[in-house]
Design a protein around this ligand. Structure first.
Ligand SMILES: NC(=O)c1ccc[n+]([C@@H]2O[C@H](COP(=O)([O-])OP(=O)(O)OC[C@H]3O[C@@H](n4cnc5c(N)ncnc54)[C@H](OP(=O)(O)O)[C@@H]3O)[C@@H](O)[C@H]2O)c1
Length: 283
């Protein structure tokens, strides 16, 4: 039997190590039980990225338990939806997420989005209050690492002023057309690991002529080039697929290295486009 790949990990300031490649989960309706089982059993995937918002935590929990992979070998990230912001609601939401996933602890819990609608509070105040709940969940060991998603520099600066624990990771859109280098540099300076979502630009990157040319040159697929590029730029990446053959393909990214000039060519494709949501206007 083929030995599944072991993906390298990236150290977080919490002291834990996140696998550099994870499997993204789909929103309602797009979830595939068989694909997740296949990823865990046959591709060496040990990092799963989900969210309450995706509506599949319970199904992920079932697949994990059916896979036979030990809990301690897995990295499970889930996310807190803004409707659950506020100290008490966030604490309860985390406990509920653990229950749905069938786990005693989360490897990483993220505030999903910087905007917050808590009556009588500014977004900044609501974020700080919510983050304090995550800090306490971290101190209690229920969340082994805590972080944020879609936070820009000003959101992170405010959090730093208002709270004690600097987020261990910030998960942001990242693909050849969306490479927010200032934010990447800020995270690096502040010891925040940069997690990138939509590494294939939801498929848009897979037909770009330059990416096709580089893929041909290396004898790889456009998806493998995009994923490899994220990893070489030091970004934790979570491509999503519900198809077994594509998950297999997306995992075959360790046996080659992109030359610096090709990384630079891919870097030059940044045009600021978002294929997901854009937090620029969130105060
Ligand atoms: N924090 C946030 O706010 C946030 C926002 C968006 C996404 N995310 C996370 O990031 C993950 C990935 O993002 P995403 O799904 O939006 O975008 P993505 O990973 O860039 O692209 C996924 C799309 O590409 C297709 N695909 C995957 N592998 C392929 C391959 N090898 N060849 C051709 N097509 C391929 C998939 O289709 P099939 O499934 O049909 O293969 C799907 O349509 C999500 O699952 C989620 O966990 C987080």
């Amino acid at each position: 039997m083929e030995i599944p790949i072991q993906f390298p990990t990236v150290p977080l300031s919490s002291g834990h190590n996140i696998p550099v490649l994870g499997l993204g989960m789909s929103h309602h309706g797009g979830y595939s039980h068989n694909a997740l089982l296949y990823a865990l059993r046959s591709c060496g995937i040990r990092h799963i990225d989900t969210a309450k918002r995706y509506g599949n935590e319970e199904l992920v929990g079932k697949a994990v338990s059916e896979s036979g992979v030990k809990r301690e070998e897995l990295w499970i990230t889930t996310k807190l939806w803004p409707g659950d912001y506020g100290y008490d609601k966030a604490t309860q939401a985390c406990l509920d997420a653990c229950k749905r996933l069938g786990v005693q602890y989360l490897d990483l819990y993220l505030m999903h989005w910087p905007d917050a609608h808590v009556p009588g509070k500014s977004s900044r105040e609501a974020r700080a209050e919510t983050w304090k709940a995550l800090e306490d969940l971290y101190y209690r060991g229920i969340c082994r690492s805590i972080g944020v998603s879609n936070f820009l520099i000003h959101h992170l600066e405010q959090l730093k002023e208002d709270c004690s624990v600097v987020p261990h990771l910030n998960q942001v859109e990242y693909h050849p057309f969306q490479r927010p280098q200032e934010l990447v540099n800020y995270c690096k300076r502040n010891n925040i690991v940069f997690g990138g979502y939509c590494p294939l630009a939801k498929g848009q990157a897979l037909t770009h002529p330059l990416i096709l040319r580089i893929a041909k040159q290396y004898g790889k697929t456009p998806a493998q080039i995009c994923i490899r590029w994220s990893i070489q730029n030091g970004v934790v990446t979570i491509p999503k697929s519900t198809k077994e053959s594509r998950i297999q393909e997306n995992c075959q990214v360790l046996g080659f290295i992109l030359a610096d000039e090709d990384v630079c060519t891919l870097n030059s494709l940044h045009d600021g486009r978002h294929v997901s949501w854009d937090p620029t206007n969130v105060l």
